[in-house]
Ligand binder design. Sequence first.
Ligand code: ADP
Length: 393
Amino acid sequence: MSSSAAKLGIESSIKPKPKLRALLVEDNQLDAELVLRALRKDSFEVSAVIVQDEAGFTEALRTHSPEIVLADYNLPNWTGMEALTVLRLQSLDIPMILVSGALGDVTAVECIKQGATDYVLKDGLARLPEVVRRALKEKYERGLRHQAEEKLAKKVDELARSNADLEQFAYVASHDLQEPLRMVAAYTQLLSERYKGKLDESADKFIGYASEGALRMQVLIQDLLAFSRVGRVDADYASVDCNAVMEEVRKSLASAIQESDAVLAHADLPAIWGNPTQMAQVFQNLIGNAIKFRGTKPPEIFVHAERAGQQWLFSVTDNGIGIAPEFAENIFVVFQRLHPRTEYSGNGIGLAICKKIVERLGGKIWVESQAGSGSTFKFTVPLNGSKEKGGQA
Ligand code: ADP
């Protein structure tokens, strides 16, 4: 061995052993000594308390704060597994290892199923340190996992709260802005009616811009209000026959269908758990868009649904102008549009409303499309209703 290796050897041999507070449930003093000797040999600096019954065990939990429990399976007045019950009742996550003279495989498996961490036979105590080390490591990792889960749950809570605040803000802002805006719109309208042609040409133009702007802002505010209402209204949830919803939507869009020569067809659609008005909003927005964003040919729109695991998968397919894949997510964001209003009317709120409704039902919505080759909007709805089934939407 080289001198440096020898030095290393010396260093590792003088490395302090980790401390371990152990609680032994054992009636045989000699066996307890053997267990402690196995742990102390090369592995741990052990401080131990040895008990034989429930009273002693409970007291030692309080005074000794053990990191590990090593319990004999059979004791004259108690059993090791009962120690586990005490740990559970006190909500203590302390690994418990059974150390027993003889424990059949079936019993051992049963004990582990009931919560024992592991077991070691008394004639195989050499493996005890390794078993203890593993149990402590697992407990440490459990702790880390638990901490990470708690952190995540806190973040989810914070996010939900900040979303609720934002929603509340959007609602109050859009609601309270309506009244002053109505005044601005009404008076610019009045100005334009009363003074048109009486001032100079620029004045006419400016009044025209102001009144157009006010009207436009009114529409935007109404859209925003409609969007924030999706999350506020106590929606009545019920079984919704989507075939009936489709017929309602067909009636609402009758003039757009007629003007564009659109062909709207649907397969047999299922009944889902949701709110009929909101489901009609989803279909109407998607089908309305399929008509609005048509190409040179008359629109052909097909609505279909199929089961996909625990969900209904709906699709609305059109032969319109399509969407480049890089915009596939943006279009679901409030007020995001891909075209100027002079080209296609609209404010960019329809898909954001669809997304909110579908997500509140516990589903997802997305688009599959290529620019110039039609689009298929897909959304899922859980078979058995949403997480908020029957509750507040
Ligand atoms: P709006 O229709 O008022 O613009 P939406 O939120 O409904 O608002 O749609 C957002 C954008 O997504 C649209 O402006 C359009 O660019 C694109 N889009 C939606 N549906 C379709 C469709 N069926 N085909 C092509 N583009 C679409």
